[in-house]
Ligand binder design. Structure first.
Ligand SMILES: [Zn+2]
Length: 138
């Protein structure tokens, strides 16, 4: 498990070589250009050095760029997650309020149909003339 992690974080030597090669090529290009006083006859030499140096650097930094892209995506997901949670919470609150209103209305509706016996205090139907528990008149 630990070895697997090590291998994963270890970049292939190929990328390090490319990065070094890119830096060297660009330095060589600058040196050649500067020494020749940016001689137009040598433009092909230092331009090629810059070009291939840049290509090497771009390829050499591909893993880092991929990692950055993944990091960016993860960051966006994290941000979105918060927003989605907010939306879900808001929806839950709205639903909760609606459910409360409905439940309250149902409860009120049920309560309207009920009353308490004057004698024994038990809950009985509102319209009943006699208590169904103690039998006394209301
Ligand atoms: Zn009663």
């Amino acid at each position: 498990m630990e070895e697997k992690k090590k291998n994963k974080s270890k970049l292939p030597i190929f990328y390090h070589v490319l990065k070094a090669l890119g830096v060297i090529l660009i330095i060589v290009g600058i040196v050649v250009g500067a020494v020749s006083g940016w001689n137009f006859d040598l433009i092909i030499v230092y331009m090629l050095c810059f070009f291939f140096g840049m290509v090497c650097l771009i390829i050499g930094f591909t893993p880092e760029m991929s990692k950055m892209a993944i990091k960016t995506q993860r960051h966006i997901l994290e941000e979105t997650k918060e927003d989605l949670k907010d939306i879900a919470d808001t929806q839950a609150d709205v639903s909760k309020g609606a459910v409360k209103t409905v439940a309250g209305a149902v409860k009120d509706g049920l309560e309207e149909e009920k009353m308490f016996c004057k004698h024994c205090g038990k809950e009985i139907d509102k319209d009943s003339k006699f208590c169904q528990y103690c039998g006394k008149e209301q």
